[in-house]
Design a protein around this ligand. Structure first.
Ligand code: SF4
Ligand code: MSK
Length: 645
């Protein structure tokens, strides 16, 4: 076996729990994502630069980015077209994933309105009425179920092909909507834009890279202001709009004397009923009969975020922890829905007593037990899953249990409604703090882990530098979990922030890093940005805002990047996207887009340098708005506390 030293573990993750489990993987010869990345190296340079194509059977083709080999594929496509087509398809895959998640929520919402589900109800009636009002649906004197049914039918139309624009586009500031109209990128139907992208990128359709990329923005917008936004809003209506609550994070959330169940994936539909089922007195009694003290649920990835922000369910970890959590030997079941679930989890589970239980007919895993989700019998399915986990407790080997750390507290649950509520019912205090410079601006730090970057290093470092410089940070997805583990998401973390942000946080009793939720909940950032822009009578692109995805890996992250930039927010990526085989595409995305949508992408793998880019951008926006500013070019970042990797 290859010798791996503890120093290597520090290059894999900055977190103590991950490092401990990597030690166990080494000692016991269990393969992880890091091993498989090493086995793939060197990865294909053509693919990394985006200049390989297998869109038809005349290929596969590749274009030599250094000008020595072929410059065109068999059909005549050059590097610009091939890179743009590949990027367009990536955006479509990501947007489709989020939007299909949104559709699943919508269908259960509809069936709940019809009284055809068990374990679901309309939890936030006020939000339902507000949403109905946005779509012109009458609410006065009508039964809740009838309002919900009509809203569901209206939103279903947003997935189709007959609309001029999807409904939530109306939330964007007027200037932004007018710009999208001028550019011809107003999203019409969610399915439509994705299907059209697949059509355009078929051989011999759209052969203009600019035209393809513009449709890429439109496809992204159909996700951000469509599928994802529907997922977020209807999840709030069904399961409750999040409000701030304390919980815990890291592998220390597992309990050695409990039946431990990890809920992994993205969609809260099934996991929410599992939470109900785990409280069932009969199942709790069964767990005690088996010798456990109780049933302990923990989250992983974005299903975990959904449960954390609404139910306070502790979070075991983010993307790169999914194999390592099984290696604690303390996990009876990993319940998975879909997205970001490595096929390898069943291999690792075979080394322990852990049962992997798949629940979506769209996402089956050889080696897992499949218990299909069925909203009509939601609670029964949830109980069956918990029962299996409890039964598995008897198979645990106590000698192999190793929970390496104590849990860290974190605060979650900052919906836009909760933030505005905390501010006294209006965003004005936040606007005032930004205007007078106590808060310089706000940044969304979002996205995944990627084994090409020491786990969580990018998220923690960038976030830390931003708050140190009085920038409020909103986090979602795996970035949120990373910051939670680092202790940056408790009210006491105000001490880590600069003086202005720190004072605001202390006054409100909130952390300087706010948990906005799961990946689909990036839409909450769009809603808040729109509210700020509307209050100031400006466009989103004029605000001192930015986005960052320091450790992204997923196609969904590319779709998010597309809609965030198309919405006018400058975005810095920490992992290089496969576009560098086309100078023209790079120039357009990293520069030209500014003149088109008022925002652009940057790529900066070093989070310290990414912080400088973002702080300069924020000060430039402040200057343009006539707010007190620091001359952008003078900004250097002196980190107060080193973040090791
Ligand atoms: Fe090659 Fe063109 Fe076919 Fe792509 S579409 S595989 S570049 S012939
Ligand atoms: S789970 S998409 S690894 S954030 Fe949303 Fe994490 Fe990225 Fe999946």
């Amino acid at each position: 076996m290859k010798t791996v030293s503890p120093n290597d573990f520090r290059k894999m993750s900055v977190q103590a729990d991950a490092q401990a489990m990597l030690g166990r993987a080494r000692d016991e010869g269990i393969e992880t994502v890091w091993d498989r990345l090493a086995a793939q190296e060197p990865q294909c340079g053509y693919c990394a630069m985006g200049v390989s194509c297998r869109n038809c059977a005349m290929g596969p083709c590749r274009v030599d980015p250094f000008g020595e080999g072929p410059q065109k594929g068999v059909c005549g496509a050059d590097a610009d077209v091939i890179v743009a087509r590949n990027l367009g398809r990536t955006i479509a895959a990501g947007a489709s994933s989020h939007s299909d998640h949104g559709r699943d929520i919508l269908e259960v919402f509809y069936r709940t309105a019809l009284g055809q589900t068990t374990g679901y109800r309309i939890t936030d009636e006020e939000k339902l009425k507000r949403l109905a009002g946005e779509f012109g649906i009458a609410v006065d004197g009508r039964p809740i179920a009838e309002i919900a049914r009509e809203l569901a039918e209206t939103l279903m139309e947003d997935f189709g092909t007959r609309r001029e624009r999807i409904g939530f586009v109306a939330r964007a500031p007027e200037k932004r909507r007018a710009l999208w109209e001028r550019l011809g990128i107003t999203p019409r139907g969610i399915d439509r834009e994705n299907v059209e992208m697949l059509h355009r990128t078929h051989m011999g359709v759209d052969n203009d890279y600019v035209n393809i990329l513009l449709h890429g923005l439109r496809t992204g917008l159909s996700d951000g202001w469509g599928g994802s936004m529907i997922a977020t809003e209807l999840s709030d209506v069904l399961f409750g709009t999040p409000s701030p609550r304390m919980s815990q994070v890291n592998l220390g959330t597992l309990k050695a004397d409990h039946v431990n169940v990890a809920l992994h994936g993205h969609n809260p539909l099934l996991s929410d009923v599992v939470v109900q089922a785990a409280q069932d007195p009969e199942l709790v009694a069964l767990a005690k009969e088996k010798g456990a003290a109780g049933i302990n649920l923990v989250g992983l990835c974005c299903t975990g975020n959904e449960l954390l922000m609404r139910r306070g369910v502790p979070m075991a970890g983010n993307h790169l922890m999914q194999e390592l959590v099984i290696m604690t030997g303390a996990l009876e079941a990993m319940v998975v829905d879909y997205q970001c679930i490595m096929p390898s989890v069943t291999d690792v589970a075979r080394c322990f007593h852990t049962q992997v239980i798949s629940t979506s007919d769209k996402a089956k895993f050889p080696g897992a037990t499949h218990i299909p989700f069925d909203p009509e019998h939601g609670l029964e399915v949830g109980k069956e899953i918990v029962r299996r986990a409890v039964e598995a407790y008897a198979n645990r080997n106590p000698a192999r249990v190793r929970i390496p750390v104590e849990p860290v507290p974190m605060m979650a649950g900052f919906s836009v409604e909760a933030i505005v509520g905390a501010l006294g019912g209006t965003p004005q205090p936040l606007i005032d703090a930004i205007a007078d410079g106590r808060i310089r601006g706000a940044v969304g730090v979002v996205g995944c882990n990627n084994p090409k970057i020491p786990q969580d290093y990018g998220h923690i470092t960038l976030t830390r530098r931003l708050i140190e410089h009085d920038v409020l940070v909103a986090v979602t997805g795996c970035a949120a979990v990373a910051n939670g583990k680092a202790g940056q998401m408790v009210p006491e973390a105000a001490a880590m922030a600069g003086p202005g942000l720190s004072a605001v946080c202390r006054a409100l009793g909130i952390p300087p890093v706010l948990h906005f939720g799961s990946c689909v909940d990036n839409t909450r950032i769009l809603v808040l940005a729109s509210a700020l822009a509307n209050a100031l009578g400006v466009d989103i692109s004029q605000l001192p805002l930015a986005g960052a995805a320091p450790e992204w890996y997923s196609e969904k992250a590319v779709a998010i990047g597309a809609y965030v930039v198309a919405s006018g927010i400058y975005t810095v990526l920490g992992v290089q996207p496969p576009i560098f085989g086309s100078k023209n595409v790079v120039k357009l995305l990293a520069d030209g887009l500014d003149g088109v949508v008022g925002a652009r992408f940057a790529v900066e793998p070093d989070p310290e340098k990414a912080a400088v880019l973002i702080l300069r951008h924020i000060e430039a926006k402040r200057k343009a708005l006539g707010l007190p500013y620091v001359e952008p070019e003078t900004i250097q970042v002196e980190g107060r506390v080193p973040v090791t990797a």
